[in-house]
Each structure stands twice: as C-alpha cells, then as structure tokens.
Design a protein around this ligand. Structure first.
Ligand SMILES: *[C@@H]1O[C@H](CO)[C@@H](O)[C@H](O)[C@H]1NC(C)=O
Ligand SMILES: *[C@@H]1O[C@H](CO)[C@@H](O)[C@H](O)[C@H]1NC(C)=O
Ligand SMILES: *[C@@H]1O[C@H](CO)[C@@H](O)[C@H](O)[C@H]1NC(C)=O
Length: 971
C-alpha cells in the first residue's frame, strides 16, 4: 500500500463514518410490491409514440332520446360500437346534460347513466368539496350569450358558440368522446396561434403557447420544485382564451370541474383534455373581456377571493434556520434599526419539537415565547409559524413516546386508512405519520381542537400550511410494520444535515462569478470538496415504474393504465405523495386517494381556515396554503413553492402570480430572494423590488444558505426602503382592490392584456404587469442591468402615462419598447392618466401607515379628467359594523368626493397632487357637504406640469371621508 492510497483510504473511512445513518428506502407495502413486480413494460403516456390513440381505436357515442327545452338539453349517449377499453373500461351508457345557467354561463356535463350509490364518488365531484354552480332564475336559450349545437354524424360531437357573432369557442367536431372508468378524453379544435392562459399551477410563460402539456397531480418536486412545465402544487382546471381581430378582442373561459389526475395537451390546432377518472363537467363563460371571464369564474363558480386583513399586506420575513426566540427578536430589531418595514416574522420547522405539529422544542420554550409575542404584538407585529397537515405516529413499543394529537385523532377516527382498515402510515419530516382525512366532519373537530389547545400556549397570528400536496416520503403505508423505528429521519439528507453533500449550499445566482469573482471561486471549490467528501444523499432512485394494461372489469388505481405525465421517473402516482390506494372515511363511498388526491390541499386548507376563524373569534385569518384547488381562494392565499435563487425563477413568478389572479387567489407571493441556493446582493435587491407588488410579500430561504434578510446588503436595504415606502403608501389602493376582488371577482395583479384587451401586441407580455388599473410596473429581471425596456399600452388611443417618481409624462410613442434608466436601487413605475390614487405615507407597520394623513394623487387623462375609489373598514373583522366607500372624481378643474357608509377613520386629507395640470390655479374654493370653507392655510405650488396642494389637514379635521367634498381650482 502506498502512502497516498492509505491517506485516501483514511479519508474515505472518515467520510463514511461521519455520514448520518438514514434508514434505507422503506420496504413497500405488500399490496404494492406485487403490482411493482408484475407491471408490464409498456408506458402509455404522451411521450410514448406507440401508445394507442384513443381517437383512433375508440368508438365514440351516439345521442338519442334528446329532450330539448328552453333551459337546456338532456340526452342519452350510447357507445357507438365495440368497447375499445383502451386505458380502462368503456362506460356504455352516458347522459348528456346541457344547461343555460346564466347569461354568460353554459354548463355541459356527460356522466354515466347508471351509478350505484356507493359508486357515485368515482364519477361525481361532491359539492361539499368545491362549489357546484346551478342555474340562475330565468335563464334560457333566449337569454344566453352562448349557444350549444351537436351532431351524431359520424358520432356524437358538440360545439359551443357565441349567439350573434356565431364565433365557435369550443368544438369537439371531428373528434370522439372517450369515456372509460379510468380514462376520459375530449378534444376541442382551436384557432391558429391561440392565446390560452391559466391552468394553474405551472412554472411557465404566462401565455401557455401551442405546444405545452399541463399535468395536474399535486406534488412537491424536492430536487427542483420550480422545474418548468411539470405538475406543481395546485390544480385549477380553468383557462382563459383571448382572440384578437380587427383591432379588438373577445375572450371566453372554460372550466372543467374534475379533481382527478389529468392533463391538458395544448397543441398546434387543438387542446386534448384527459383525466384518469370522474366525468366531463364543463362550464363555458362568455366574457367577452378577459376581466369579465375572470369575474364570471370567480363570482359564478368558485366564489370570490377571501377579504384579507389590512395587515396581511405588510412585509414578512421567514427562514428555515431561525434557531430560537432571541434569533427572531434580533431579526425584528434589525429590520427596525434599518428603517425597513416588517409586519410579520415567520418560523419554518425550527420551532417544532422533532417536527411534530402543535409543539415547541427546547430552543423555543412557550414561556419565553409568550414574552416574545407580547413584545412583538405591542409593536404591532405578528408571528406566523409553519404548519404541516401530517400527524406524528408514536413508536408503539415505547411507552414514553406519546403524542396527544395522534391519540385524539385515533379516538375521533379522523386518519386516512388503508383498504384493510388499518391506518395509513406514510413518511414526513417528523417520521412515520398519519394524515387527517379532511373530507369528513370529525377531522374539522379534531383540527379545531388542536388549534384551540395550541393557541392557549402560544398566541400565533396565522399559519402557512406546508406539504399539503400531500407529500409523503416513502411509497405506500411504509410505516405499517416498522413504526417502532420512529422517530425516524426521512430516507434522504435534508438541506443543512451535517456531514452530507447538502450540509451547506454553495450555489450562487448567475453572474455571481462576475460580480464577486473571489467568493464565487471559493464557493465553487468548497462545493466540490463537500461533494467529494459526501456522496449525494437525496431520495433513493425510483424504480422505473411500468403501467399495467387495462384489464377488463378491473380498476387499477395504483398503476392506472394511462400514465399522466407526472414528473417522477416512470410517472409514478405512488411516490412522494400519499398513494392512490389510501382510503378515506367518507361513509358509503370510501373514496380513495386516487379520486381525492388533488383536493387534499384544498380540504386541509379549508379546515385550517375554519379552525383559525374559531381561534381568532371572527377576525380575518392570515393563511396561505401550498396546495390549492379550484375554489381555494375563498379561504386561502398561496405561495409559489421553493424558488431557487436565480433570475429565471424570479421572472417566472410574474406569470405564476397572473395565473393565480385568474383562478381567484390574489393573495399570492413567492419566496423572495430565492429559497434554495444562496442569494446575492443584486438578485435580492431586484427581487425585493419585484415582490413589493405581490400581495403576499415574504422573504424566505433555506437553512443551508447564507442569510438574505433585506438588511444584509446596504444597497438591498436602501432599495427596499424605497420600494417598501411605495408599497405601504399604496395600501389604501391595494386594499380597495382586494375589496373589489372579494365583492366582484376583480383582480389585484393584472396582465397588461386585461387592461388593454384590444392590443394584440400585449398578449404574451409577462415581464411587465399592472397593479390594479392604474399602476404599470416594469421590473428589472436580469443581472448587471442598469436599464430596462418596457411598453406603455394605450398610447395610440391617447393614454397618458406618468413616471411615478417625477410625475412627468412618459415620453413614449405608440408601440415603442422604451428603454428606461433602472440603476440598482430603482424600479420604473408608471401611473395611468385618468386615475386617482388615495395614498397614506408609509409608517413602520400597516397600522402606523393607517394613521398618516391622506393624500390624493390625481393623474389626468388627455381630457383633464380622472377618477378613483376607496374602500375602508377596520381591516380586521370578518363581519364589519361599518364600512365606507368613496368615489372620487376630477373634472373641469374640480375635485369631488362622494362618500357612502359609516366607517370613520378620523384622518384628515392633507395633500392633493395633480399630474398633467398645465396651469397653476390662482385660487381654490373648498366646499364640505355644499358649504364653503376657509382655505387660507392651503399652499399651492407647481413643478412642471404638477400642481401640489398642501396644508389641507386643518380643513377636514374630522376625517377626509366624513363628508362629501368639492374643491374647485380657479384658473
Ligand atoms: C330554445 O328552446 C326551445 C325549446 O326547445 C326551442 O323551441 C327554441 O327554438 C330554442 N331557441 C333558440 C334561440 O335556440
Ligand atoms: C414541442 O415541445 C417538445 C418538448 O417540449 C419539443 O420536443 C418539440 O420540438 C416541440 N414542437 C414544436 C413544433 O415546437
Ligand atoms: C440562539 O441562536 C443563536 C444562533 O442563531 C445562538 O448564537 C444563540 O446563542 C441562541 N440563543 C439562545 C438564547 O439560545
């Protein structure tokens, strides 16, 4: 043996000895093992060109017994030939039901004709889970915007078109309907180069394009949660389509109410919709503007977004790696010292005892926690810890391993089971775990009790519900025969686990090697040595799973005969989630996870919301869920998963936010500055600027990365102060947008294409966006940039844009992609002429901001007019005693406000700024409720085309919105 090989041998031995002993991959449940081993080697999937094409091999249906009335059509559909049984068992007899539900909504469903009662849940999505829209009174084929037509030639096919123009918005003509127990397919023809948006959640450009597959099987992609183009954490089977022509556009919406695993194949001239169960349950929305489609979906189908508390719009700091209460206190104090607003401080897993929910570990004692929370709450700030839905299952052989939530859940019979009636023991951060079945009422009781008990110990202010996809890190009920190993580490290294290849994350954003060459070189060397010392310890590789062929009469839920394009090797539906064969407790149905998987995040979110309402006694909960379904916006916000600290992930967040605007979850945000990998000054600065517009605004990173609070780099701190002062000064505007979303299905963040629907050049813009109707944001999305390009829509039709900072008109011509100066601390923002924005100067918290005197920013349009609105309430309670709506107009040199409602904030109006005013008024006259007022204290100045009126606070001492005001400028 040479000396050097002895040294290497020693090093290897050391490295091996230092490695933590994770349990090996857990053995499979016996019921799954045989399926694994006997699976044949076919893989019918979109990637498999030899997979049979259902359109070719299946027979389609013929309609008969057609009953037509003015409210709709009913017909029988009968299989037109032999059963193809291509990826399941053909259902021979179906029922077609067409209902004119409102002027703008047409419903078309196709369901099995014969359903045994216990069988219903396989095909019908229960309205307990997500709303089932019914018909409004008086709707008929004569009042509908949409018409339904069909043909039996050669087989049943249907078309939905607009009454009047005759434009076809959906058509299966020339294609067959395929309806099997485990495979449904329907194809609609599309116009060339169509524009389709939505189908959240994806990590993809905003305009989905004509070569894209959206898969829905809610999942956590541990290796790269932001992998583009794969299934994400949420399922929202609804899209918006916009068609341009002759200088205008029409838009419509399509919602397919089905929670099963599914995929949408967007192809050159068609969209193919496939699910592995359920029924066809389509809702067509007539628009015709994008905003109307979105509102029709939210108001008419899934319910409008929940009204947020005022304070939810503040900024929040989180990280995995805050190790104790002192640590949290330091962060809160450093934000204050640096003059950067902070509303909420969040905990990741660090506070929990062995990652068990509703516990605190020794570093986070509840006694000290109470002191910390008293201190925090007195400062007007909030504490928002993580929550997971899974419940630790104690080691049955160890009498001292007790966990009350487990015992209580067993007692109330709330946990998901195996078919054989034993509990389903999967694997999460705390080891072998069970999951409450939120499809049954006793799970709500269980959940609420836990919240009530835990809140007696610690006055938390809200939760962010993680891993509710639901994620499980072993295959099947792996803990069944080995719970005695608990508490067991997940079978792979977690970020930050010592002596592993991911103990420290040495990755940095693009261009870090240019901006910080020395550090970048050192990080890269450290990374290489860590990798060589500790071989990679991530999830054990999946066996490549093979699918079974359809067996007549057999329903195979673990390996369905058609493989949707889940991102995992072999497209397995079994791995990294609760397996499809887990059984729910819903009475006669005993639904399996196969039917309910995509609803787990939605149902656990709903239960969490209800429990929070209970503990906050009627106050609006702060709550975001990682996994959502159609309808979740009526109780939850959402964040976009584990971002990587890179520029591409920052950019895709805009498209993700716009998707969630469509589906009614405006309280959306991303992990600012990036979760995985290290951030750097430049990325974090630009990301803090961008996220300042996202309603949910938090900075969050992993525990094996460098700190990235907004004060860590002086440039980031300075830039953040600037942008956050803008965000906080706009709180009244944003809050009003939330009110309108809640009342009428409007949106907060908007695509340019929605505000300017006639301009086809805007159809794919996702590097700029609007906040409400009046503010246009052009973020910097690339490293090393000191300028940024952006468009200014509407200029050809006379829209005026003002630079936010100078209030000077933006000098831009129609269609110009304008280059703007954007040094590191600066983000270009423009105000749209014609709008009035109510403003309150930013305080340190949202509560302090609400005490600042009012200002109005009036941005005049080409006719010298502008209007705006303001909604006020106490910002806290679900049920309000008093609210206020203010309509604000400016025209012909006169400002007038019209108030309605009794809410009083008692804050005076101090300043009025008018952008686009060409002359300086000689005098002003002010009337309150029609009576003239003294205005001597008022000062009027001009700077360019801007008029500043200040010193009004003495005039409306009782509150700016107590009475109707008029203020006439005399020129
Ligand atoms: C509406 O339905 C009635 C009853 O089927 C039918 O007679 C009538 O022609 C339909 N009208 C339109 C506009 O389709
Ligand atoms: C469509 O996308 C696939 C993969 O995403 C790619 O391989 C293929 O070339 C694309 N087709 C066209 C026509 O762009
Ligand atoms: C809290 O954690 C920090 C590390 O972040 C450590 O330096 C400090 O000693 C801890 N303080 C207490 C009171 O445990």
């Amino acid at each position: 043996m040479t000396l050097s090989s002895a040294v290497i041998g020693l090093l290897v031995a050391l490295a091996t000895a230092q490695q933590p002993q994770y349990p090996p991959a857990f053995p499979l449940q016996p019921s799954l093992a045989s399926a694994y081993n006997n699976a044949p080697s076919v893989l019918p999937n979109i990637l498999d060109s030899s997979a049979p094409n259902a359109q070719v091999v299946c027979s389609g249906y013929k309609a008969s017994n057609v009953q037509q009335s003015s409210s709709g059509i009913q017909a029988d559909l009968t299989l037109a030939g032999t059963a193809c049984n291509v990826y399941g068992n053909d259902i021979k007899d179906l029922v077609l039901s067409v209902r004119y539900q409102s002027q703008s909504r047409l419903a078309v469903s196709i369901t099995p004709k014969y359903l045994a009662p216990h069988n219903e849940s396989l095909y019908i999505l229960n309205e307990r889970f997500t709303p089932l829209p019914g018909a409004e009174d008086g709707c008929s084929n004569t009042t509908s915007d949409l018409a339904f037509s069909w043909s039996n030639n050669p087989t049943f096919q249907f078309m939905v078109s607009r009454v009047g123009s005759g434009e076809t918005i959906f058509s299966t003509y020339g294609k067959k309907i395929v309806f099997e127990d485990q495979f449904l397919e329907l194809v609609t023809s599309m116009v060339p180069d169509y524009n389709v948006y939505g189908l959240a959640e994806s990590f993809h450009s905003f305009r989905l394009g004509t070569n894209y597959t959206q898969t829905f099987w809610n999942a956590y992609n541990l290796d790269n949660d932001q992998l583009p183009d794969v299934n994400g954490h949420s399922t929202h089977p609804v899209y918006l389509e916009t068609r341009y022509g002759n200088g205008s556009s029409t838009s419509h919406g399509v919602y397919a109410r089905n929670a099963h695993g599914q995929e949408w194949l967007l192809r050159e001239d068609s969209i193919t919709y496939r699910t592995i169960g359920g029924s066809f349950d389509f809702y067509f929305l007539s628009g015709p503007t994008p905003k109307e489609v979105i509102s029709q979906y939210q108001v008419g189908i899934v319910n409008t977004p929940i009204m947020q508390s005022y304070w939810s719009l503040g900024f929040h700091q989180c990280r995995w790696g805050y190790l104790n209460w002192t640590n949290l206190r330091d962060v809160v104090e450093l934000y204050a010292e640096q003059g950067i607003q902070l509303e909420g401080i969040m905990n990741d897993l660090d506070y929990l005892n062995l990652n068990r929910i509703f516990t605190n570990n020794a570093n986070y004692p509840v006694g000290e926690g109470k002191e910390f929370l008293d201190w925090l709450h007195a400062r007007g700030q909030y504490y928002l810890p993580i929550l997971d839905p899974n419940v630790y299952a104690p080691d049955p052989t160890n009498a001292s391993d007790t966990y009350a939530p487990y015992d209580r859940g067993v007692e109330l019979e709330v946990f998901i089971r195996n078919g054989n009636n034993s509990l389903y023991y999967g694997m999460e951060w705390n080891g072998f775990s069970v999951w409450p079945d939120f499809s049954v009422p006793q799970a709500q009781q269980f959940w609420t009790e836990q919240f009530v008990e835990y809140r007696k110990k610690l006055a938390f202010d809200g939760f962010w519900l993680d891993v509710s996809d639901p994620t499980s890190w072993c295959t099947g009920s792996c803990g069944q025969y080995q719970r005695s190993l608990n508490p067991v580490h997940v079978p792979f290294a977690l970020p930050g686990d010592p002596n592993t290849s991911i103990a420290v994350d040495f990755r940095y954003p693009e261009m870090f090697n240019i901006t910080n060459a020395t550090e970048a070189a050192a990080a890269s060397a450290s990374r290489a040595s860590q990798m060589s010392a500790y071989p990679s310890m991530t999830l054990a590789p999946s066996p490549v799973l093979r699918r079974t062929l359809a067996t007549p009469g057999v329903r195979n839920i673990n390996f369905p005969p058609y493989a949707i394009n889940n991102f995992l090797p072999g497209h397995s539906l079994l791995k990294q989630v609760i397996a499809p064969n887990a059984t729910h407790l819903d009475g006669p149905y005993n639904s399996t996870e196969y039917e309910l998987h995509n609803l787990y995040g939605h149902l656990s979110g709903n239960a969490t919301y209800n429990a929070l309402v209970e503990v906050y006694e009627g106050k609006r909960p702060w709550f975001i869920a990682r996994s959502t379904f159609a309808g979740s916006g009526s109780f939850a916000g959402h964040w976009g998963g584990d971002t990587n600290s890179d520029w591409g992930d920052m950019y895709f967040g805009i498209s993700q936010a716009l998707q969630f605007s469509i589906v009614g979850i405006p309280y959306f945000g991303v992990e600012t500055c990036g979760f995985n990998g290290n951030s750097d000054m430049e990325l974090c600065t630009r990301w803090m600027q961008l996220s300042a517009w996202f309603p949910m605004y938090r900075n969050h990173n992993n525990r094996n990365t460098i700190a990235q609070e907004a004060y860590r780099w002086s440039t980031t701190a300075e830039s953040t102060r600037r942008i956050m002062n803008i965000r906080y000064s706009l709180l009244p505007y944003t809050y009003t947008l939330f009110h309108k979303a809640n009342k009428a299905g409007e949106t907060v963040l908007r695509a340019l294409a929605w505000e300017f629907p006639d301009d086809a050049s805007l159809k794919a813009i996702d590097n700029q966006f609007m906040s409400g109707p009046a503010l246009l944001v052009t973020p910097v999305l690339a490293p090393l940039a000191t300028t940024v390009q952006g468009v200014f829509p509407g200029v050809a039709a006379g829209t005026i844009w003002y630079d936010w900072y100078t209030l000077q008109k933006v000098d831009v011509v129609a269609g110009e992609n304008k280059t703007m100066s954007a040094p590191i601390e600066h983000q270009p923002i423009a105000v749209r002429g014609g709008y009035i924005i109510p403003i309150q100067k930013a305080g340190n918290t949202t509560a302090m901001s609400r005490k600042s005197p009012w200002s109005l920013l009036i941005a005049l349009d080409k006719d010298g007019k502008a209007s705006g609105e303001l909604y006020l309430d106490d910002g806290i309670n679900i049920v309000q005693n008093a609210t206020k709506n203010v309509e604000i107009e400016f025209s012909k040199g006169m400002l007038s406000t019209k108030v309605a409602g009794d809410f009083q904030d008692g804050i005076p109006l101090a300043n009025i700024t008018i952008a686009g005013a060409s002359a300086l008024p000689k005098d002003i006259s002010l009337h309150i409720d029609g009576a003239a007022c003294e205005t001597a204290v008022v000062e009027v100045k001009t700077g360019g085309d801007v008029t500043y009126i200040t010193g009004l606070e003495g005039v409306t001492t009782g509150g700016a919105w107590q009475n109707d005001l008029t203020l006439k400028l005399v020129y």
